[in-house]
Design a binder for this molecule. Structure first.
Ligand code: HSE
Length: 308
């Protein structure tokens, strides 16, 4: 194979209670990365199209480029790589756009190798790309974009990835207000310390949420999907946050919070309630002066894959 195109889905990082360690894939949108073999060694980014077009094309400064460099160093192939990036995920949206580009790059390039790497190794290459965009290494967008579904990642140097089962019928509602929130800024405003009471609540909520997922206990999921640490510090960045969240919960959502660093918001709901939750969230954003794109998607999905 001399050319491959990978689709890498968007993702919701944190899922409220799992800051930097938990995320789920959003298969409704994603980035498409095409990588070709070239005789000339090295890496070249030929262009960037789609909803973002002004990314740096120097591989060192580009999330996809940096991930591809990491793969190239490890694989040391006899050939070089040329890459085109087609962005389907807006930047600064909280939908894991930089992670998807990094994941798409390594999945596409991996298909061109005589001895491909396993997915866990691809995760490590992608993490180097994500670091370019957000200034820190975290995996809560990369892991779901790569593996699909709801994913917990434990550890950074040798990450352990666990796909978490999601009760059937649970659906995600995504509302993306047309605004830009830089991830670095949304990380910079976070306090360095957490009060002991908040730590206890957050731990209980994360444990309850995960237990609820494993045991099909929707009440435990509802109880647990409640971020008492990060959301209170970031919600002021999102116009109408409290109204959007309240509207989702009043329409039967199991939980509603910020997607990654925001401004996108997500809710979990049973399929029967999902349309009402979506309408109410979008209406509240509109009442606060912001138009929003919106999707209803299953939480379970396939993750990044070769499409051409
Ligand atoms: N976990 C990250 C954050 C996701 O919330 O800052 C954004 O990259």
């Amino acid at each position: 194979m001399s050319r491959a195109t990978a689709f890498a889905p968007a993702s919701v990082g944190n899922v409220g209670i799992g800051f930097d360690i938990l995320g789920f894939a959003v298969d409704a949108l994603g980035d498409r990365i095409t990588v070709s073999r070239t005789e000339r060694p090295g890496i070249r980014i030929t262009g960037c199209s789609g909803v973002v077009t002004d990314l740096p094309l120097e591989p060192e400064k580009n999330t996809a480029g940096r991930a591809l460099i990491a793969l190239g160093v490890a694989a040391n192939p006899r050939f070089g790589f040329e890459m085109h990036i087609e962005k389907g995920i807006p930047l600064g949206s909280g939908l894991g756009g930089s992670a998807a580009s990094a994941v798409g790059a390594v999945v596409a390039a991996n298909a061109l190798l005589d001895e491909p790497f396993d997915r866990l190794t691809l995760l490590k290459f992608s993490m180097q790309g994500e670091a370019v965009a957000s200034g820190s290494v975290h995996v809560d967008n990369i892991a779901p974009s790569l593996f699909g579904g709801l994913v917990l990642t434990v550890g950074i140097d040798n990450p352990k990835v666990k796909r978490i089962p999601v009760p059937s019928g649970v659906t995600a509602v995504i509302a993306h207000p047309h605004m830009f929130v830089p991830t670095q800024q949304a990380r910079a405003i976070l306090k360095r310390d957490v009060a002991m009471t908040d730590f206890v609540w957050q731990t209980a909520n994360l444990a309850g949420f995960l237990s609820g997922c494993y045991t099909n206990d929707l009440e435990l999921i509802r109880e647990g999907l409640n971020d008492v640490v990060i959301e209170p510090q970031r919600r002021q960045l999102i116009p109408g946050f409290s109204a959007v969240r309240a509207a989702a919960m009043a329409s039967g959502a199991l939980g509603c919070s910020i997607s990654g660093a925001g401004p996108t918001m997500f809710a979990w709901a049973l399929a029967a309630d999902a349309q009402a939750v979506r309408e109410k969230m979008v209406a509240e954003f509109a009442r606060n002066g912001v138009a929003a794109d919106h999707w209803v998607v299953p939480v379970e999905s396939a993750g990044a894959r070769i499409v051409e």
